[in-house]
Design a protein around this ligand. Sequence first.
Ligand code: ADP
Ligand code: MG
Length: 865
Amino acid sequence: MTTPLRRQYLEIKRRYPHALLFFRLGDFYETFDEDAETVARELEITLTSRPMSKGERVPLAGIPHHALDSYLGKLIARGYKVAVCEQVEAPAKGKKLVDRRVVRVVTPGTLVEDNLLESAANNYLAALAAADGRWGLAYADVSTGEFTCLEGDEGEVAAELGRLGPAETLLPQGAAPPAALTGTLTPLAAASFAHKAAEAELLGQFAAASLEALGLAGRRLAASAAGALIGYLRENQPAVLGHVSRIAPQRPGRFLSLDASTVRNLEIFEPLRPGAEGAGRAPGAGREGTLLAVLDLTKTPMGARLLRRWLGQPLLDPDEIGERQDAVAFFAGSAVRRGRTAEVLVRTGDLERTFTRVSSAAAAAPVATTPRDLVSLRRGLESLPALRELIAEDGGEVAGRLLAELHTCGETAALLAAAIADDPSPGAVIRTGFSDELDGLRGAARETRQYVAELEGRERERTGIKSLKVGYNRVFGYYIEVPKARAGDVPAEWQRKQTLVGGERYTTEELRGHEYRALSAREREEETEAQLLRGVCSQVAAAGARILEAAGAAALADVFRALAEAASRYGYVRPVVDDSDVIAVRDGRHPVVERLVAESTFVPNDTELSCSDAQVIVLTGPNMAGKSTYLRQVALIALMAQAGSFVPAAEARIGVVDRIASRVGALDDIAAGHSTFMVEMLETAAMLNGSTARSLLVFDEVGRGTSTYDGMAIARAVVEFIHNRPDGASRTLFATHYHELTEVAASLPRVRNFSVAVAEEGGEVVFLHRILPGGADRSYGVHVARLAGLPRPVVQRAEELLAALENGAGEKEAARPGAPQLALFAGADEGLREDLAALEPDGMTPLEALRVLYDLAERARGPRT
Ligand code: ADP
Ligand code: MG
């Protein structure tokens, strides 16, 4: 016969087939059956068994309840979901089975735990709905309360997903996820996405009368996704719904569009070659070599997250950008203000997430907040008046805007100060003096401890047994223990309780009385403290809207201060951002490369681009000259300017760019891991199709992934197309090693040739990194081969061959008498000469050059063997 406990377990488990069920039994979370086997294997804990019904033992693996967080972290990281089932009533006398309920299903997208989250990045839960080629996307970070949705075509939604990198994505059962979606996929019944159901969820959650009121009129797909997401949270993590209090549908056309491969190419968040500094690192572990790493001088995790968002979503409206610039200028103008603000912000900390944890603790059945959160929340709130004061020093518009939301939250701070101990420990979280009832109960417990402490001395004296001890254990309660040999000397009124190998344990009438008082006082003390805590958390939660608004303002101040700090440290200027069609930069620098090269060795360069004049820049120059760096530099300056940052230049004017799209030729695109020509062409097609006259296009060695003539033809066709299309003269940078491409400037009026200057000193190439008008007219591939360390005779011979070819020399002249390579041209192999002429030394990597040389040598030797 199945025991009631087993029946209860099976019933609950039935509802959570896809999660590991952590079943609370006293001080442990137990797992059974297959879950136990999985958990034992994954966590390397002991698998045992337990009799659960007559004649039947079931596998069992358990973890102590206080260790839940660390074990959860491991399981979530390995892709499991965990249903946490708590005892939701206290065990009562006479009732065998306590009520249990799953209070939360822990999934990658619903985490709030400090130790399971990366502090400087958001943790997104996304939901997707699609119909007729359109997509709805909703996403939330439940650890901060952010909740947004949007609609778009597949490309737009894919780009947004790339930016978000959701930890978990919900989609209808059977639907195909968009390509390259990372994180856990959680299929939901299609019914969750049905419009009516989704609408009901949304109206319920936000207490709204209609979808119009939520700004979702006519956006059915966005609403479907958003509703499904809310439904999922209600099922799995209801405690966080309290602070998901707003949905902010994303306004179409507010942000500069950046596709995933452009974000990668520009190394905004992740370096292209993270392996370079050590393979096998955790993703996101190192951000060195990225734009984010250079600019992130924030002092709070919420500021770091906000800056990250801004770099992924630069703005389009010059006025909105101007407001950010004003705020950066406000901090850039005073090093003292920056310094003092930094000191305050360190105390502000992660107000967003600490608040979120405290407020979800208020809703959870057992109070689950950590005392540490309450202390840091208090400290964070207490920093707000000082932050206000610093900002208010200047009565300008910037200050006004920040201050409007930077509430001091004094009442909540005062409540926490009064209620929470400065250095709380379990059982002593509520401050003495906050509650008379609790103080009274604590007093009783203290008296008992004192009585017990005195009892030992008193009884030793009375009985003369020097080794007498008073102790406590969970099963038998308080006892007096004496060694076996002295058992005869104990007073008659003592009652024997327990016999040990070496001693006897007794109790007395008096001790039992104290024990009863002590235990009930302790129990009531715990209960009272928990209740008081829950009250405090609910009061904090009730002030949520203002606290989150203040946290948002503090995050803004943090980002403005950080951007100002970067501007002053690295010598950035405030760019003019307007509705013109120019990109004009004087002495521009690459923000990341300039930090990586030796102090002040970075060579600044100018840029002049406009739709009507210099629309397309064709940039030529040998390998390693600095072409890629220059291209990215221009794109990054535009991106930084529109994010609100100052830029690395002496002067800059940016006519708003609606899209930055870049394509890096196959050989340079190492990180993508799929350097096929097909992918290159697909992405080029997408770039050409999706761009407007406002876009900025960056092509780096496109066409490289195919044969020389194909590549050249495609490169030229692309330039012509961009130049001639009637509907959009996108500003374009095109780096190429095909010198032939410089000829297009002759026939296309808005194409300009530039090249990266190199000098020769004593036969060696010196890279000057200076961009000059005009096409490169000399091939430096051989020099690069020398730099790469090819053996001297190889380089020398290559130089001879090159000179001969450039002079249009015939085979006889090239093959000087006596040269050992004579056979190369003297043979009947006419094809060899043609092949040589078609070689593109500039387009080769040193390795390729070497391979070609081996080939040639092989063919030359051929006839002799
Ligand atoms: P290319 O694309 O022409 O092969 P890169 O842009 O990759 O060349 O540049 C090669 C290296 O040259 C960079 O890693 C950097 O160290 C250096 N470099 C590039 N541009 C500059 C510059 N303007 N000033 C100083 N060093 C530069
Ligand atoms: Mg390059």
